[in-house]
Design a protein around this ligand. Structure first.
Ligand SMILES: [Fe+2]
Ligand SMILES: [Fe+2]
Length: 259
């Protein structure tokens, strides 16, 4: 399995950078492809110029995004992930692990093929908007100021813009929009309550948080799976969908550890 050279670990993502073998794995780069440091211009622009450039280069809109063929979705996801990997390969690893978990849990839950597919693409792209977050915020080692938190939270809006411009079905944009919401309304960007959050996003948020907890960060050690189970169970029913917690833990327990 090929790897990107791991750059500085970025905020909100982790240091384990294995690419999962997706059908059209975008990792066919040299094993030690050099990380390109973010440049000053991108930092000043807050990265939003990168989002605008991608949107400008998006393919023509399809007549029916809901009928997007799988191969087209893979190709477009690859384009977006490649752009993200140029500035933040760690987040790409996080996205691929989250997508793998969602694919496995949704299969275990018996979701139909279409629903599994788009939930998995939603997981694969849920943080794609981090392309638009200023590196000075993304890589800041200390706590974020309120203004910096606002910049970080913009990754949700950038992500919605990107998956919409690239013609993904509505549920993919919805997952991006809702992955930081919480059942008790304490999440963002809309503070939606449980009934307003899609089941797909409820699954993605659990897989997302679990991956973050299992990951080592510059400012914290990786938690064990038992720690993750305890933490997610503590929020079951209030922050997270209670019925999805154990299926996520079971899939992660069965996932082989990375080398
Ligand atoms: Fe996120
Ligand atoms: Fe995430």
């Amino acid at each position: 399995m090929k790897r990107f050279r791991k750059p500085r670990a970025s905020r909100g993502d982790d240091a384990r950078t294995t690419w999962m073998p997706l059908p059209d794995d975008p990792s066919d780069q040299p094993a030690d492809a050099a990380f390109t440091p973010p440049d000053q211009a991108r930092d000043r622009e807050g990265g939003s110029a990168a989002v605008q450039a991608l949107i400008h280069g998006a393919p023509a809109q399809d007549s029916d995004p809901e009928a997007m063929p799988h191969e087209v979705a893979m190709e477009r996801a690859r384009t977006l992930l490649q752009a993200l990997s140029d500035c933040d390969a760690d987040t790409v690893g996080h996205l691929q692990r989250t997508a793998t978990t969602v694919a496995r849990v949704s299969a275990a839950l018996g979701w139909d093929e279409d629903r599994r597919r788009w939930a998995t693409f939603g997981a694969l792209l849920h943080d794609i908007g981090k392309i638009g977050v200023s590196p000075s915020v993304m890589y800041k080692p200390g706590p974020l100021s309120p203004d910096e938190q606002a910049v970080m939270r913009d990754h949700v809006n950038y992500g919605i813009d990107l998956v919409t411009a690239y013609g993904f079905p509505a549920i993919v944009a919805r997952i991006v929009r809702e992955h930081h919401e919480r059942l008790d309304g304490s999440g963002y960007p809309q503070g939606l309550a449980a009934e307003g959050i899609s089941e797909e996003a409820k699954l993605v948020m659990l897989a997302d948080i679990a991956d973050a907890m299992l990951s080592r960060r510059p400012y914290k050690q990786a938690l064990t799976l038992d720690d993750v189970r305890r933490a997610l169970s503590a929020g079951a029913g209030s922050m997270f969908e209670a019925e999805l917690v154990e299926p996520v833990i079971q899939v992660l327990a069965a996932t082989p550890p990375e080398e």
